[in-house]
Design a protein around this ligand. Structure first.
Ligand code: RIB
Length: 286
């Protein structure tokens, strides 16, 4: 069985400032020095799976600028293949403006840049030939998300969809999705979705796994003193993709992902805080 994970979607440079608390509308606060860190939900998922030893192929777009180099280097350093990350001339790499408060919570506003130019034409013809799992989120245009889901579905690849950032969800995307990954707020906003296999994440309260007709299973969170929760959900998703590609059940994948997501909260930044297998084992004491 092949275990290649294909991640199709966004790469962002995260422009991060820490503040003790979030400003009110119209308020100005002093913050920390600005840090520019590799992020983007899809790139984060790819790095999480790659750093844990997965065979990962990243498909997306960056601009021909320093942030694009930062992103391609970070994804490649995790071991993921970046051959299919296209470099768009005269376009800025996607960015995310992030504030992190004293409790490690964040606010994020994204500016699409090259991500917004990613189109079905950027999907390589044979990109799913050896794939087990496709990871999707909603930071690139929906026509490209749908094209990837259709091609993966036709190739018999498990389509793992994260509906973030949440917005209008075409019914076809849900029909093509094998495993849905949403947080509790997205699940409530979505309502009945018809996807048989799903994980609903609930932050510090863990997650609930729905797998077909089986009784829902609650998977506890791994308790942690959070430094920065940015990208924890993406680390969780990358870990789920990794374990599904390896043949685990959805519950096993969610249990593993709980540890990875918790580890990611212990360090600053998104990709910068993701563990290798050795780091994860030391953290969990396994
Ligand atoms: O989920 C966290 C990510 O959301 C950040 O890395 C940012 O780039 C946005 O995509």
């Amino acid at each position: 069985m092949t275990d290649t994970i294909v991640i199709v979607g966004s790469l962002n440079a995260d422009l991060v400032v820490r503040t003790e608390r979030f400003p009110q509308p119209g308020e100005t606060l002093h913050g920390s020095d600005l840090a520019t860190l590799p992020g983007g939900k899809s790139a984060n998922q790819a790095v999480a799976a790659g750093r844990l030893g997965g065979t990962v192929r990243m498909v997306g777009a960056v601009g021909d600028d320093g942030n694009g180099t930062l992103l391609r280097d970070s994804v490649a350093a995790s071991g993921a293949d970046t051959t299919h990350v296209v470099v768009r001339p005269d376009t800025a790499t996607g960015t995310a403006v992030i504030t992190v408060d004293g409790r490690g919570e964040n606010t994020i506003v994204i500016s699409g840049g090259a991500n917004a130019t990613f189109s079905p034409a950027d999907l390589p013809a044979d990109v799913f030939h050896d794939a087990a799992v496709l990871g999707l989120c909603l930071e690139v245009p929906m026509d490209a998300v749908l094209a990837a889901a259709r091609a993966a579905h036709a190739a018999g690849v498990t389509v793992l969809t994260n509906l973030s950032p949440f917005g209008a969800v075409p019914p076809e995307l849900l029909e093509l999705t094998d495993v849905l990954l949403v947080n509790e707020h997205e699940a409530a906003a979505l309502g009945d979705h018809g996807v048989q296999r799903s994980i609903v994440t609930r932050g510090g309260d863990g997650s609930v796994v729905h797998d077909g007709d089986a009784q829902p299973v609650e998977v506890p969170a791994v308790p942690v003193d959070a430094v920065d929760t940015t990208g924890c959900g993406d680390a969780f998703m990358g870990a789920v993709a990794l374990r599904l590609a390896a043949g685990d059940s959805l519950v096993e994948a969610a249990r593993f992902a709980a540890g990875v997501g918790a580890y990611a909260a212990t360090g600053a930044g998104a990709q910068a805080s993701y563990p290798t297998t050795a780091q994860l084992e030391a953290f969990l004491g396994t």
